[in-house]
Design a protein around this ligand. Structure first.
Ligand code: MSK
Length: 631
């Protein structure tokens, strides 16, 4: 069996969607491949971050002839302010998602649509926060924890509660650098204030606040999102699933869930399993109901329910182009407005559900905690009824899918490690076996691969080729977001992919029965990776900045990714970006991001758009960390 296994190549993925593009042309639709052509070449001022439109005296663009804006701000101030606003946008987005989850937890009840699925985790967090748990109803505890978490967004004094999870050394660095995040909303608000006309234009100050705003996301809002999603929907554990467009089923009603917030998708999945609705689907000639996902909503339901992953960010139009999508139901973030006009060329219902993400040409079904169950049921019913409107001549689902084992939360990683330790003599529920693998050199290190796709580079290629190179060099990969879906679609989350590993990682995969690329969840779940490195530091006695661990976002595109980069670097992890965050126009900003911040947080960014150099840079960096540790 294992001899027959091979990874899917990126060119095979591209070929598989060519027929979908023929359908696109036949129905006169549009897709990102065409729009990229219309938008190329991109604005050079924008690309370098040297255009300022923060006030209406401009817009001001910096050139050799005009080195300052009308207010006198130089290129470094303009690039710096743009970078901080970029970061604040991402921090706000992740954190508001986290806030919604806190509200859902606050509304949870024994008889309601949302229940506490992981009471053990809830009690652990409650104790961490000094909340009384004994002799109390679990929902009383849940509501107190949720309220306390909501206060984290606007508390007038103190720093984020979650910081206490970080190692002492890291917390001291943050304190000394004055980047400990205070209330979550305050850091976003403060970033907007600092970048208003007539406030900060000094790169050092703008970068410092970027790190702080990033930290309020990763060690604030995103951590709320992850932790309380686990409490509500279950902490992920390894589960089998499949990935790529071939998970859609031509004989079934296909519902695609897309976005980020699991509150909606969990309910849709629930009702797609309802025997009455399945029978209803059969009455329309379908064999059943298939729910599959796109983007991070997909990661959320894949790792808790094994719901298949149809694709990542740049696949979102492809699911409609199959002609077999009865409904694409979206919540928030990373949703192309293009889905509206595109779905009009097919029978597909494009259903928006959040007041945060409203789009033309969509049907808006307002989803809220109080009516979640009835709205989800109505959406599934509507999708079922739409099956009869399919145009069979337009249906084509590429025959491409891969098996994947997903759901490696920190808790699941520890449990997996417990299976390879000798429970008679070894400590359980720790990361120490992993530390030993790194110390002995069986594993050279670890890379956190994260982030989106971006049409600026061939979609998925950088993710997949980088991961292949890393695992061949005995570097284990943990992945989240659309990067995780690239891995799954290629087959890198199939346990049989161990054949592509170096001898050390292959042995680890065999012993622990894991794939070489571990799925850690959605983009808010990069907060899981922060816990993972913190615990690795504690279990190894090394500081985070000393660990042979690297973060990498080779194809990123969103503001959220910039915010993530800021908190990953701030946590002490060197971060490699394959796309320039519009800072090329300022030598001072480049200095601060790629070198200056190292004095504060013992890590920095590397911006490298050449994939081969990026690949080699990561491996060299990991080996240099090992040399510095003397291992
Ligand atoms: S969905 S932020 S395209 S990873 Fe989280 Fe993917 Fe990037 Fe959106």
């Amino acid at each position: 069996m294992s001899e027959e296994f091979r990874l899917t190549y990126v060119h095979e993925m591209a070929e598989a969607v060519q027929k979908l593009q023929a359908t696109r042309d036949k129905v006169g639709a549009d897709s990102w491949e065409l729009r990229v052509k219309n938008q190329t070449p991109h604005c050079k001022f924008g690309e370098q971050g040297i255009c300022c439109r923060i006030c209406t005296m401009g817009p001001c663009r910096i050139t050799p002839k005009a080195p300052r804006g009308i207010c006198g701000c130089d290129v470094h101030g303009i690039v710096g302010r743009n970078f901080l606003r970029f970061t604040a946008g991402g921090a706000a987005t992740h954190s508001d998602h986290g806030r919604e989850i806190c509200h859902t937890l606050y509304a949870s009840s024994k008889d309601g649509a949302y229940k506490v699925k992981d009471p053990e985790k809830l009690i652990r967090i409650a104790k961490e926060w000094g909340i009384q748990t004994e002799y109390r109803d679990i929902y009383e505890v849940a509501h107190e924890v949720a309220e306390m978490a909501l206060m984290e967004y606007g508390k007038p004094f103190g720093v984020s509660r979650w910081l206490s999870r970080a190692p002492k050394h890291t917390r001291e660095l943050w304190h000394k650098a004055e980047i400990e995040p205070r209330a979550i909303d305050r850091e976003v608000s403060c970033s907007m204030h600092m970048t208003h006309m007539g406030c900060s234009s000094k790169p050092e100050a703008l970068v410092r606040q970027s790190l702080r705003a990033g930290l309020c996301d990763g060690w604030g809002g995103s951590m709320c999102g992850t932790e309380f999603s686990d409490v509500l929907f279950g902490t992920p554990k390894p589960i089998e699933t499949e990935a790529n467009l071939g998970v859609m089923n031509a004989e079934n009603v296909n519902i695609i869930v897309h976005g980020h917030d699991p509150s909606l998708s969990e309910m849709i999945c629930e009702y797609a399993e309802d025997p009455d609705l399945i029978a209803y689907a059969k009455s329309f000639g379908a064999k059943g109901i298939t729910v599959s996902g796109v983007c991070c909503t997909s990661n959320e339901v894949a790792m808790r329910r094994g719901i298949p992953m149809a694709g990542n960010f740049l696949q979102q139009e492809n699911v409609v182009l199959t002609g077999a999508c009865e409904a694409i139901v979206v919540d928030v973030q990373c949703i192309f407005p293009a889905l509206g006009p595109l779905s009009k060329c097919f029978h597909t219902k494009f259903i928006t559900t959040s007041p945060i993400a409203q789009m033309p040409d969509s049907e808006f079904v307002r989803f809220d905690v109080g009516t979640a169950a009835e709205k989800a049921k109505a959406i599934v019913k509507e999708a079922v009824e739409n099956f009869q409107n399919r145009k069979p001549e337009l249906v084509y689902i590429p025959d491409l899918k891969r098996h994947a084992t997903v759901g490696y939360s920190v808790e699941a990683i520890k449990k997996t490690l417990d299976t390879v330790t000798n429970s008679q003599v070894d400590e359980l529920n720790t990361l120490k076996p992993l530390v030993e693998c790194v110390r002995s050199g069986v594993l050279r290190g670890a890379v956190a691969m994260v982030g989106c796709n971006n049409p600026k580079v061939r979609p998925d290629r950088s993710h997949i080729e980088l991961m292949k190179k890393l695992i061949a060099n005995d570097i284990i990969v943990v992945a989240s977001g659309c990067s995780a879906q690239s891995a799954a679609r290629a087959g890198l989350m199939d346990k049989r992919a161990k054949k592509y590993c170096g001898a050390g990682l292959k042995r680890v995969c065999e012993l622990a029965d894991i794939p070489p690329v571990l799925h850690m969840g959605s983009c808010v779940d990069i907060s899981r990776m922060m816990i993972l490195v913190s615990e690795l530091a504690k279990d190894s006695g090394w500081n985070i900045g000393q660990l042979p661990v690297v973060g990498c976002a080779p194809e990123w595109m969103s503001e959220k990714a910039v915010s993530i980069g800021n908190y990953v670097v701030s946590t002490g992890i060197d971060t490699f970006l394959g796309i320039d965050p519009y800072v090329a126009g300022s030598s001072e900003m480049l200095y601060w991001l790629t070198a200056g911040v190292r004095d504060w947080v013992e890590a920095a960014f590397t911006i490298e758009t050449d994939m081969e150099k990026l690949e080699n840079g990561i491996i060299e960096h990991i080996e240099a960390k090992r040399t510095a540790l003397g291992i």
